[in-house]
Write a new protein. Sequence first.
Length: 319
Amino acid sequence: MDFTVSVPLPDGYRTERPALAHVPEILALVHASDVAAVGFPDFDESEVVAALTAPGFDPAADSWLVRDGQGRLAGWGYLDAPSADADEVFCEAYAHPGQDSAVQATLIDLLLGRLAERAAGRPQVTAKAGAIPTETQYIQVLTDAGFAFERQQARMTRPLTGNEQKPTPVPGYTVRELRTAELPDCHEILRVAFADTAQAFQSTVDELAAAPNILWAECLVAEADNGALAGVLLSSNQSADKNEGWVKWLGVLPDHRGRGLATALLSTAFAGYAEQGRTAVGLGVDTTNPTGAYRLYESLGMTAAYRVNIYQQDVAGSR
């Protein structure tokens, strides 16, 4: 299907579909964008591959490349969601520094058109997009496309010294490795833990099991003395290129909060990362999370490497 584009691309520019053969080219583009926006590359090859091979993702329909008149890659856009029928979908649009705003504007228009197509038969879906606060050109593109500011996300980090120790056990609980058979319980904990936040956990059990970047051997649970699981921490390899352990998801059930379980899970993970020779730990967090997650991470020595504004709009399904 052809989608309406509000701003034409510069003369000689064209769009095409991505393939895995384009991964090195795409990664170079994203790194250039990252360095311009936050001062360092914050995306690795595995994340590009994961974006192009995600469950429910069709690279021939859910993503575009933009090339300039000399054939150089000028932009990349894709839809990011845990499944094809997710209620919330991120629109990601990267442009090489110095490119005309029409590159990202075209990508956003195409992504919104495709999202409306994917939402057919449903009243609407929520489109989201992120921009570094200093990316004023991109923020204007998003605003012109109908997005409105929702919240702010922080990318947090802290160095690891190699001397991190596992914490004193929380009375009544044991922190240990996640077992394969516990994946459905893990999924339910994350679903409930994030139900009252702006970042709902949308994946199904099967989608979680198939997630390409999760390091299952490094995932932890907090088990109560009665055998019930109370909390979970999932680790990812998405920052392995920086030798950084990554906390992908952390959740504690409401009835078990306020007892130090989140701190125990994090401290245990930090010690595990250090044992493996990782030199830092990172994660992303909604700064408005009602559980006080941002303050918790600060109390453990983490600081914000940068912040991202999150924008959203509702997209009606096409007919």
